[in-house]
Design a binder for this molecule. Structure first.
Ligand SMILES: [Cu+2]
Length: 508
């Protein structure tokens, strides 16, 4: 063994010496001397991006709100493109029954999608609406020049500013506000995407969508109702309350889902505004046929999950072969299921049992992310007016029960024999409904007898649910499936929350 190793080492040394002694001219012919310019040409680097002065009359850019994308520029020559973007500070829903004062480029989060062609001269007008409270500016990652436009675009409320740049590099770029405190402006939703098409345009596809992720930091907990202010400490700690696609939980869910037909090719321009978190972007049930990682020029194929950095983007393309609901998510899963980073692509068309034989995605997989009918926000609205009806509580509770409690106790409350006790007609529950508050908050371990049957299992604490949600769920349970009725108020839940300790590891 030692001999063999020794020999190997000596051989390596010999090879190394021989290699060193080889004359320089014996190396392969110097192909690299033509490579750099060829490389620059076919990647469309900035050295190739100046296609001369703009031709024809100036063009007003078509701007779209997500998930819409403007049509291809379909031009053969560079043009002067005028982009007029207005900053608005607006109170909008961030989740059901929860609002947030977003700072926006164009009135929505993410900001308007801008589409130009490589070599275009972009005349940028930034307006800051007179009702706004803050100064703002814009840094476009597509700009070649210090600050990316930020220093030329600082704009006080009621003012506007203008600057011009040539789009030298092709690609998909993030733009964002860069006014101090920058993290706060971005954290309030001040970002969007600008696509700089290659001169020949992008390959045509059947559908193009605009999706942008962002993380949000509110003083209240996830889904705590009412207008929620920004929380600077949570933002500094990168402890996001919400992680969202297109600025609100449910922005891409149910009737707002992305839509396509079997056989179509889909392209998603996926951006990430941050301010803090990197996205692990994934579509459940699809494989990206192509990804342009980091939205660069080089293409990668057959990808499951692609990373989208804060302040970055990617382009993903795939053909949809089978109908059904595909879930878009950040595969950092607590963001998807507990912070909102979840959307849907609904595909219609003929089944193809050769490709996939299975059933539609289980609704309990999505759980309360589906939020049908806005029942939770109706209850929240009533509660904020101090006139919450039991009917609204029951409706909201039904929505919230799905996918939380129903996973174990089943949608009809019947439970599963020997494993999960019934909530339907439960003598244990009806004997002391208030005891159930503590069970939901703190879990239940050990023997319990329900309707004469003994269970000896574990219910995990569900304390990540807020007081309203727990009150509404229990009110729904008490008024369903032959239970005795009654009502639980959010104040009762908060009293139990304050008076009892959470088991180790439970949400507070
Ligand atoms: Cu700003």
């Amino acid at each position: 063994m030692i001999d063999a190793t020794d020999r190997n080492i000596r051989t390596l040394w010999l090879l190394a010496i021989v290699g060193c002694q080889q004359p320089v001219q014996e190396r392969p012919p110097a192909a690299p001397s033509v490579a750099p310019s060829a490389l620059a040409r076919d990647t469309g680097g900035s050295g190739q991006g100046d296609l001369g002065p703009p031709q024809g009359p100036p063009i007003d850019a078509v701007l779209t709100a997500a998930p819409q994308v403007p049509p291809p520029t379909a031009r053969k020559q560079p043009a002067k493109v005028v982009v007029a973007l207005e900053v608005r500070e607006v109170e909008l829903p961030i989740s059901e029954g929860v609002t947030y004062t977003f700072w926006t480029f164009g009135g929505r989060v993410p900001g308007s999608f801008i589409r130009v062609r490589q070599g275009d001269t972009v005349e940028f007008h930034l307006r800051n609406h007179p009702d706004n409270k803050m100064p703002h500016n814009i840094d476009l990652h597509a700009v070649t020049g210090p600050g990316g436009g930020a220093s030329s675009s600082f704009t006080a409320p009621g003012h506007q500013s203008q600057f011009t740049f040539k789009a030298l590099n092709r690609g998909l770029f993030v733009y964002h506000c860069a006014t101090a405190p920058v993290g706060m402006h971005v954290g309030n939703g001040m970002y969007g995407l600008i696509l700089v098409e290659p001169p020949e345009g992008l390959e045509p596809v059947d559908r193009e969508f605009y999706v942008m992720q962002g993380d949000f930091y509110t003083v209240g907990k996830y889904r705590e109702k009412g207008l929620q202010p920004f929380d600077m400490q949570k933002a500094i700690e990168e402890n996001a309350t919400y992680v969202l696609f297109n600025g609100s939980e449910g922005a891409l869910v149910d009737d707002r889902a992305l839509k396509a037909k079997v056989g179509e090719r889909v392209r998603i321009f996926i951006g990430n505004g941050g301010p803090n978190l990197t996205s692990s972007f994934h579509v459940i049930g699809e494989i990206f046929d192509r990804v342009y990682p980091e939205a660069g020029t080089r293409m990668q194929e057959n990808v499951q999950t692609t990373m989208v950095p804060a302040g970055g983007a990617a382009i993903v393309e795939f053909k949809v072969e089978v109908p059904g609901t595909y879930i878009l998510l950040d595969h950092a899963l607590f963001r998807a299921f507990n912070k909102g980073a979840l959307g849907m692509l609904k595909v219609e068309g003929e089944e193809n049992k050769d490709v996939y034989s299975g059933k539609e995605i289980d609704s309990s997989y999505l759980g309360d992310m589906m939020m049908p009918g806005g029942a939770v926000s109706v209850a929240a609205e009533q509660a904020s007016q101090g006139e919450l009806t039991i009917e609204a509580q029951i409706a909201a509770g039904k929505t919230l029960f799905t996918g939380t409690c129903s996973t174990c106790h089943q949608l009809d409350g019947a439970g599963i024999a020997n494993v999960f006790p019934p909530l339907a007609g439960s003598d244990f529950l009806n004997a002391d409904p208030r005891r159930a508050i503590g069970i939901v908050l703190n879990g239940l371990i050990g023997k319990v007898t329900v309707n004469g049957q003994e269970f000896n299992s574990v219910m995990p604490p569900m304390s990540q649910l807020n007081d309203d949600a727990i009150a509404n769920i229990l009110t729904y349970v008490l008024n369903s499936w032959g239970n005795k009725g009654g009502r639980i108020a959010a104040a009762q839940v908060s009293a139990v929350r304050a008076a009892t300790p959470r088991p180790a590891g439970a949400a507070h």
